[in-house]
Design a protein around this ligand. Structure first.
Ligand code: NAP
Length: 487
């Protein structure tokens, strides 16, 4: 990838606030630097909205709500469908932009463009399938009618790890349902969202329906919006502590809440598993997005009879990965998002080693520019190691062993998180038994990735509330109204 292509793209991406259909800079001219995590260099500067400017974004969303809700479902659908096609046509630009601001390898960024765009196609199809019910009351006479209505203006707060897909899987169902929104992307990766909203306007989105604010006054600004009675819903993807705070704040206005929070995925390998598939699945579940995914395998739990072979093969694959800037040919491991992330991952690795784990590869931050951490495998990890309980969010695979199925399930469920669990076995009965016993919102059976716009994504326990995607996705943006009709 040449520097000219990068510069040209960056010059095209809007950097302002998008409020009421207008691009503008912050009134005081304040800016936020957006860095390339592979070099530490500043890629661009985006507007830094004041709290008042964030409220103006809600003014615009609230003003547009009634007319957007009244827009024909087919028209809402067509806008999303056109946006799906426009994102697909500009897939290379979106992919490069995500690699530049977030660090993931270009091939993975292209995968995210496909995945992210699909939410618009899926919800374009859902927009015209919103329906209610009509039934006769059990006692006869009265007719029970239920209708669906958009929840109303929604605040969307998104993280940096999937800058496109975490936006489209909120914006897609909201627009399909007839909700307007204020979107606040992560300060570290705002450029993808700004390009996305530009494309939505080119596809005919009316003014005020989607408003995007970038701000460094995040806590205060979001707190102010959450306290505003015009807001009706908050949807958040990010860390559990911030999610918990938002749930608390949502109580003031009794907002409808959707939370996609942290994970701590167990990856179970039974003695009858196809080890080729298990290792392949492990690489996907662990290394996709440099390990910076809520769905990342966080705890490998492997039957003692196959643990050695599985570990050896995993180490071989992990050490063969190419580390570098995601734009470079053949790179499979990009940088972590920032220096704090490197410190956090390294701290967890050191803690595990201090408590008795054996380091098999990696284990030291890479010297030089950028925030690189090498693929790392730890064996014999004790239960007390912090990374057994905490989300690693980096390229580190801790391996523990189990003796029988009951122990495997117990170890897997021993977490306050409950987003996804992976199970590798060739025994179908066991697969179903274990999948049913796992206290997680999602289970991958002989699969290292399960994310699919047509499926309900989400977790239980500290991993969140609600589902994104699938038939369930649009329900998060709809209220049910019951009309009782006495004949
Ligand atoms: P984060 O620190 O929680 O930030 C996420 C978003 O919340 C950012 O836009 C951030 O804005 C904003 N934010 C921070 N403090 C806030 C506050 N007090 N009030 C309102 N908003 C606030 O999370 P992250 O480090 O970016 O993302 C990684 C986390 O996301 C991981 O835990 C991961 O598991 C989780 N995740 C979950 C899913 C899922 O679907 N379950 C998917 C992807 C990621 P600023 O950038 O301005 O600080």
């Amino acid at each position: 990838m040449n520097a000219h292509a990068e510069t040209t793209l960056l010059e095209q991406v809007p950097t302002g606030l998008f409020i009421g259909g207008q691009w503008r800079q912050a009134a005081d001219g304040a800016l936020i630097d957006v860095e390339d995590p592979a070099t530490g260099e500043v890629l661009a500067q985006v507007a830094d909205a004041s709290v008042a400017e964030c409220v103006e974004a809600l003014d615009a969303a609230a003003a547009a709500q009634a007319s957007w809700a009244a827009t024909d479902p087919r028209e809402r659908s067509e806008i999303l469908r056109r946006a799906f096609e426009a994102i697909t046509a500009r897939a290379d630009d979106f992919a490069l932009l995500m690699t530049l601001e977030m660090g993931k390898p270009l091939a993975e960024a292209k995968g995210e463009v496909t995945y992210g765009a699909e939410f618009f196609r899926w919800f374009a199809e859902e927009a015209v399938r919103i329906s209610g019910q009509y039934s006769v009351a059990p006692t006869g006479g009265t007719r029970l009618i239920t209708t669906k209505h958009p929840v109303g203006p929604t605040l969307m707060i998104t993280p940096w790890n999937f800058p496109l897909a975490m936006g489209t899987r909120k914006i897609g169902p909201a627009l399909a349902a007839g909700c307007t929104c204020v979107v606040k992307p992560a300060s570290q990766t705002p450029l993808t969202m700004l390009l996305l909203v530009q494309i939505l306007t080119e596809c005919g989105l009316p003014d005020g329906v989607v408003n995007v604010v970038t701000t460094s006054h995040t806590g205060e600004a979001m707190g102010t919006l959450m306290a505003d009675s015009r807001l009706r819903k908050v949807t958040f993807t990010g860390s559990t502590p911030v999610g918990q705070k938002l749930i608390e704040q949502s109580a003031q206005q009794v907002l409808k809440v959707s939370m996609e929070l942290g994970g701590n995925a167990p990856f179970l390998v039974f003695e009858d598993a196809d080890l080729d598939e298990a290792v392949e699945g492990a690489m996907l579940a662990k290394m996709r997005n440099i390990g910076e995914a809520c769905t990342a395998a966080n705890r490998f739990i492997v039957h003692e009879s196959v643990a050695e072979e599985f570990s050896e093969r995993l180490v071989e694959r992990m050490t063969a990965m190419k580390i570098g800037r995601g734009t470079e040919e053949g790179v499979t491991v990009g940088p972590l998002i920032d220096a704090k992330a490197v410190d956090g991952v390294h701290g967890l690795v050191q803690d595990a080693i201090d408590k008795g784990a054996t380091l098999r590869c990696g284990g030291e931050p890479m010297p030089g520019a950028g925030h690189f951490y090498p693929p790392t495998v730890l064996l014999d990890v004790p239960a007390e190691a912090e990374l057994v309980a905490e989300e690693i969010f980096g390229p580190v695979a801790p391996i523990r062993t189990f003796a029988d199925e009951a122990q495997a399930i117990e170890m897997a469920n021993a977490s306050r998180f409950g987003l996804i669990g992976y199970v590798f076995t060739r025994d179908v009965s066991r697969a179903i038994r274990v999948a049913e016993a796992l206290e997680f919102g999602m289970v991958g059976l002989n699969a290292g990735v399960v994310s699919n716009p047509a499926a309900p994504f989400g977790g239980v326990k500290h991993s969140g509330l609600g589902r994104e995607g699938g038939a369930e996705g649009i329900e998060e943006y709809l209220e049910t109204k019951y009309i009782g009709l006495k004949l």
